[in-house]
Design a protein around this ligand. Structure first.
Ligand code: GAL
Length: 791
């Protein structure tokens, strides 16, 4: 670990030990240490002291510690259990048990590290977490959706003082939401060292009060923290670089930093012809803040930022950089197949890539702040973000969670709205209004550059609830066209479709199945508050004042198996399933959200025994016309309704069903559904063939069951076994079946309607990983993934 002058921030994710269960760590104080000698449960005094305080290995025969790397979610490693009395969480949480676990890690620091300031930051740990370092109780944090950090300077051991022991208790017992929440230290942990004079945590705030094509005004405020016992003269040099790494402006200011205090400095820069940030052109700049004392650099802190302007209009919706932009958003929870909520950064990137490929330009982080890496990625790839506070809570801890989100996230150009709550029970009450107002006022104080909103389901008017935020968020405003009628009555109101559709469909299923818990992709089993994607989108297209949609949801997620319960364990709302495999409505969104010609047809074309029977064939298209053909004969060409769909009744005969989209009479897009033969072979479709050998990078590999001619068999459910050799491991598996109780941490997984997914994670050493997929009766498949040295 480096202790050079300046700042260093290292991942603190490796070499943890994990124990699933409770250990009684007494809290009473004895001889200056944390913990008394009574009430240690089954552990003897020396044993808990060893766990929390000493580096003597863990030497406790009765405790089974296992090595883990973070992010880690132990919830997804367990068995689904229907009966809550057996420790399981209920259906809306995905029928997996919560509980308590401990994480422990030891590490050494060199003797000269004693001169530095040391901070540990947890980006997110489930529920209630308690941290001890070298036996000292350092802090407790409640709230699994925002990070927290602790100053460890005084309690660490340096050089010959011994090894350090950090112990973290995670109590994932109470529910904070009504979806799968996971359990554990499920986001990154960082260890940071600085000089005692340094830029404060989240210490820069960068705004762009002017952001035109010709010129921009960039305002940078920097908080300097002096933790020496004497005041110091300091100079702050701020340098701004463009995406090509060229310095575009720089300025130094002098200040006097008070001892044990914070000093805030303001700087303004003018930039000519700035590269504006937008989803299509996500240009980023970088501000480097350098602190010098007596000409010697003591800290260097970097802040990426973007230059862009936002405006919301009650008639015409959202404007980015002066241009109107329809918000094409999805709401998303944070889990994914194979990993629960512990996503490596590359899987977050994969999810966002899939959303962009669908044509989406906005992401709602439902119903809590996202992990910081998600916002970095949204900045980089160009996705607008509705950043969300977890609770309608103005208590001291509620406000401190909100403030941390604001401090942490307010430099991200992607963030365009602060959403302060979602469907809390106090919506529309007098108390609720007071709570919401305090949250909104807090935002106005800390970041007046973005509007506030609340995602409301049942409290739009009462007691002026919605009036204390800037934008009224309509969850399911389509009911009786309430949102449209509201606009007539309140023409000055800013509105947004904060949650839309809730269209329940199971990938590859065309008939409701109440026993297995599947919903037809034709949309015949959607909840009373839901609507079709067609209605959600056409309402916005026809009423620009609705600003945009956030479809519930981009991906299926664990928990909330609406409209079913057990055996269903995950939701059906996604445009994609839990693995990111597209459902039919994904292609509807693609057709309305993208400009390139797109056609799609449903259902699949494998209906043995249904010969001659009528089948409704639907087509989504954004071309002018679409023609359907069965085995070479035309079934007619229709004019496309861009926000709806086309429909044909076709008497089933096996073969090839083909749709051709035409513009100006010319073929622009084609899609086929071919009757597949007997399952014959496995095929692997890796998202990438190469990655970083950093022990984290994860490549999703789509796995299909094909017939001999290479057509996916849309009903195949073979059990596939995965073998990985070389420089990688199998991180997890999934198949998108909402009623599968197979474990996600396993070398085998059944296909579901032709597909399943394997996640291959790089080893820390460079090399090739070979993934082999086998199944009795099918020709196996193999793929080589090349993980090269991390840069
Ligand atoms: C909304 C709620 C979401 C989810 C959704 C299901 O009312 O905000 O969290 O529960 O319903 O349709």
């Amino acid at each position: 670990m480096s202790t050079a002058a300046g700042r260093s921030r290292s991942r603190f994710d490796e070499n943890w030990s994990f124990y699933k269960g409770d250990i009684r760590i007494p809290h009473a104080v004895k001889a200056g240490m944390t913990g008394g000698i009574t009430d240690c449960g089954s552990l003897q005094e020396g044993e808990w002291l060893d766990i929390a305080f000493n580096d003597k290995g863990m030497g406790h025969q009765q405790l089974e510690w296992k090595p883990v790397s973070l992010p880690h979610d132990w919830c997804v490693e367990q068995q689904y259990v229907q009966d809550a009395s057996l420790g399981s969480r209920d259906g809306s949480h995905g029928y997996l048990p919560g509980g308590t676990g401990f994480y422990r890690k030891t590490f050494e620091l060199p003797p000269d590290a004693a001169d530095r300031k040391w901070t540990v930051t947890f980006d997110g740990a489930s529920g209630l977490s308690t941290v001890w370092v070298n036996g000292h109780l350092i802090g407790e944090h409640r709230g699994g959706y925002i990070g927290f950090s602790y100053d460890l300077t005084d309690v660490l051991r340096y050089g010959g003082e011994g090894r350090n022991v950090i112990l973290v208790k995670v109590e994932a017992v109470e529910n904070e939401g009504w979806w799968y929440e996971g359990c554990g230290i499920y986001r990154h942990v960082w260890l940071e060292q600085t000089d005692r004079l340094h830029v404060a945590e989240y210490g820069t705030y960068i705004t762009t009060p002017e952001a035109g094509k010709e010129q921009a005004l960039v305002h940078i405020s920097t908080r300097i923290c002096n933790e020496y016992t004497e005041s110091r003269a300091v100079s702050l040099h701020t340098e701004v670089y463009n995406a090509s790494g060229e310095q575009v402006c720089a300025e130094a200011v002098q200040a006097f930093a008070d001892w044990y205090g914070e000093t805030e400095l303001e700087q303004r820069f003018r930039l000519e012809h700035p590269a504006l940030w937008s989803p299509e052109t996500p240009h980023l700049y970088r501000a480097v803040s350098i602190l010098k004392v007596d000409g010697i650099e003591v800290d260097r802190y970097e802040t990426p930022f973007g230059i862009r302007s936002i405006r919301f209009d009650p008639e015409e919706g959202f404007f980015l950089n002066g241009e109107p932009l329809l918000i094409k958003g999805t709401c998303n929870h944070q889990d994914f197949a194979g990993v629960g909520v512990a996503l490596p950064d590359s899987l977050i990137a994969y999810k966002l890539k899939l959303l962009k490929e669908m044509g989406s330009n906005a992401y709602r982080s439902a119903h809590h702040p996202p992990t910081p890496e998600l916002l970095d990625l949204c900045d980089r790839i160009g996705l607008l973000v509705m950043d969300e506070n977890r609770k309608l809570d103005s208590s001291r801890s509620g406000l401190s969670r909100l403030k941390r989100m604001l401090l942490r996230d307010r430099n991200h150009p992607s963030v365009i709205i602060w959403n302060l709550e979602n469907e809390e029970v106090l919506e529309g009450t007098v108390t609720g209004r007071r709570l919401l107002k305090t949250l909104a006022d807090t935002v106005k104080r800390m970041d007046p550059t973005r509007p506030t909103s609340a995602a409301m389901n049942h409290g739009w008017y009462e007691n002026g609830y919605n009036e204390v935020v800037d934008i009224t968020g309509y969850n399911y405003g389509h009911r009786d066209h309430l949102d449209i009628r509201d606009h007539e009555q309140h023409p000055g109101r800013l509105m947004i479709g904060s949650e839309c559709a809730s269209y329940t469909a199971t990938r590859g299923i065309y008939e409701n199945d109440t026993v297995r818990g599947y919903c037809s992709e034709y949309g015949t089993n959607i909840p009373s508050w839901g609507c079709t994607p067609q209605q959600a989108w056409s309402d916005v297209v026809n009423n620009r004042f609705l600003t945009g949609v956030f479809m519930w949801t981009g991906f299926d997620y664990q928990g909330e198996p609406t409209p079913y319960l057990w055996p269903c364990v995950n939701s059906h709302f996604g445009l994609m399933d839990t693995c990111g495999f597209p459902k039919d409505s994904y292609y509807y969104m693609q057709a309305v959200w993208k400009d390139e010609p797109i056609v799609h047809l449903l259902p699949h074309w494998n209906w043995p025994g249904s010969e001659g029977k009528p089948v409704e064939v639907r087509v989504f298209a954004n071309t002018e016309t679409a023609e359907l053909m069965l085995n070479g004969s035309s079934l007619g060409e229709q004019q496309v309704d861009r926000t709806g769909y086309l429909s044909w009744v076709v008497h089933y005969e096996p073969g090839e069903l083909k749709v051709t989209g035409r513009n100006g009479g010319k073929e622009a897009a084609v899609k086929k559904a071919v009757t597949a033969g007997q399952p014959y072979q496995i095929r692997l479709y890796p998202d990438r063939l190469a990655g970083q050998a950093d022990g984290m990078d994860t490549i999703p590999v789509r796995v299909a069951v094909l017939d001999e001619l290479g057509h996916v068999v849309p009903t195949a459910d073979h059990e596939i076994r995965f073998e990985v050799e070389g420089a990688g491991i199998l991180l997890g598996v999934g198949n998108g079946n909402p009623s599968s109780h197979e474990p996600d941490k396993s070398p085998v997984r059944r296909a579901f309607n032709g597909w399943c997914l394997a996640l291959i994670q790089a080893a820390p050493e460079a090399g090739t990983a070979t993934l082999r997929a086998v199944c009795t009766g099918l020709a196996p498949a193999e793929v080589l993934l090349d993980f090269s040295a991390a840069t």
